[in-house]
Design a binder for this molecule. Structure first.
Ligand code: GLC
Length: 423
């Protein structure tokens, strides 16, 4: 990021904080339930994690030019999923009317909806979801009610170095057998997101699902972690840490640290989301611009399964200007703006027709791989108690990867903690 953009980001962040400060602490605006202010219009604030791909500002500029009396201000959070979550929780708890439209990670929908913080998109707030990925609509729905507009989807992909690997590995074993090439080139072989945060839940679930196991059974609530398949999946990750095929520093990686390592040529394989594609192609500091491609994630016996990621835009029940907020949701969903998410940020549109758009396919070669990833992606548990469930997965996976707990014990403890989270 250049200096002027940094300054702009800092400015907006400070402004956003000041705004939040004014409206928090008991002076929340008129709306304190889901049915208030449904027809009222005016300026609103949109809250989202760090705009790594610079898609949000241009979209907001476009909206503001067309809606001078209903301007949107961008409050940019950090780039870390857990911090974004906690920031939203604090502002909802303070009934902050300064957070009108918020970006909701797919795994937070149930929790926020159950707590009564999201305006149901019914009646006057109804939006049209036809043509959107059913998985994305489902991830914005709780108890049969739509609580948010799907905004971008997300599927994990394998970034690999085309100068070092001619054909990408289809299985985990194949990938591990290629690590000698990385060693010979004095670089790390594979990394994903292994710091103790939401990304670790994503990666642990992929390891378990990729080995034919599952986190929950078909009822969607009973943990199924003490199985041979789940153990096999987590064993593979733990073993790769142990033998160095995953470099030791990857235990601190969130998405951005992995992206930076890959862009600076220090990694041969990287599991990450589609946003990395455009940045690795265009960042001034990327030394792999012309020497990487993407492939589906490898699994045990063939292509693996990504964890379903993605983000929804929801209207806070405390917003004073819900009619404007709803229009902004629809604006994010137009085919034109959905296409912009892909062209500008290499993000995954939620509008399915765009995956057959010839212009996009020609321009963005990762589009078919991304579609495959999303089509086969496995959702994380849907529960209002998600924070406790994800903590159980993260804490125990982390201990197993660090070698502080056996994989067996970690899975037993994970299962017990998930059971007690839901009871
Ligand atoms: C991405 C995904 C999101 C996931 C997060 C983890 O933002 O879209 O679903 O929870 O990464 O870091």
């Amino acid at each position: 990021m250049n200096k002027s953009r940094l300054a702009a980001v800092a400015g907006v962040a400070v402004f956003g904080l000041a705004l939040a400060g004014c409206s928090g602490g008991g002076t929340a605006g008129g709306g304190n339930d889901a049915t208030a202010n449904l027809t009222s219009r005016g300026p609103i604030t949109y809250v989202q994690g760090k705009d790594n791909s610079n898609v949000v500002r241009p979209l907001i500029d476009k909206w503001n030019a067309a809606h001078p009396k209903e301007k949107v201000t961008f409050k940019e959070q950090s780039d870390q999923a857990d911090q974004q979550h906690d920031d939203l929780v604090q502002h909802f708890q303070a009934k902050d009317a300064g957070y009108d439209v918020v970006d909701v990670d797919v795994v937070w929908t149930a929790e926020f909806a159950a707590k009564g913080w999201l305006t149901p998109l019914t009646g006057k707030m109804k939006i049209d979801t036809s043509g959107l990925f059913p998985s994305a609509v489902k991830a914005a729905t709780y108890n049969n009610t739509l609580y948010a507009a799907p905004q971008t989807s997300d599927g994990g992909m394998l970034y690999y170095r085309t100068d070092l690997v001619k054909t990408p590995p289809k299985t985990w074993d194949e990938m591990m057998s290629m690590c000698s090439i990385a060693k010979a080139n004095n670089i790390g072989c594979y990394a994903g997101q292994f710091a103790k945060y939401e990304g670790l839940t994503v990666n642990a679930s992929e390891a378990i699902n990729g080995a034919g196991g599952s986190v929950l059974g078909s009822d969607g609530t009973t943990p199924t972690l003490t199985t041979d398949k789940a153990k096999n999946g987590l064993d593979l990750l733990a073993a790769a840490f142990k033998d160095g095929n995953i470099p030791a520093e990857a235990i601190t990686y969130q998405e951005e640290q992995g992206r930076i390592a890959f862009e600076s040529g220090k990694l041969m394989f990287l599991r990450n989301w589609p946003y990395v594609y455009n940045l690795a192609k265009t960042d001034g500091s990327s030394v792999v611009k012309d020497t990487f491609a993407v492939a589906p994630l490898p699994g045990l016996d063939g292509v693996g399964a990504s964890t379903l990621g993605g983000h929804n835009a929801a209207v806070s029940v405390y917003s004073d200007h819900k009619a404007t907020a709803k229009d902004f949701l629809n604006f994010l969903l137009t085919a034109e703006n959905q296409k912009f998410f892909a062209t500008q940020g290499s993000l995954a549109p939620v509008r399915m027709s765009l995956y057959d758009d010839q212009e996009l396919i020609t321009k963005l070669p990762y589009i078919p791989t991304l579609k495959e990833s999303i089509d086969n992606a496995v959702p994380r548990p849907v529960t209002p108690f998600y924070p406790a469930v994800t903590k159980a997965i993260q804490d125990n996976t982390y201990s197993a990867l660090k070698g502080d707990k056996s994989v067996d014990q970690a899975l037993k403890d994970m299962e017990a903690a998930i059971k007690s989270a839901g009871s």
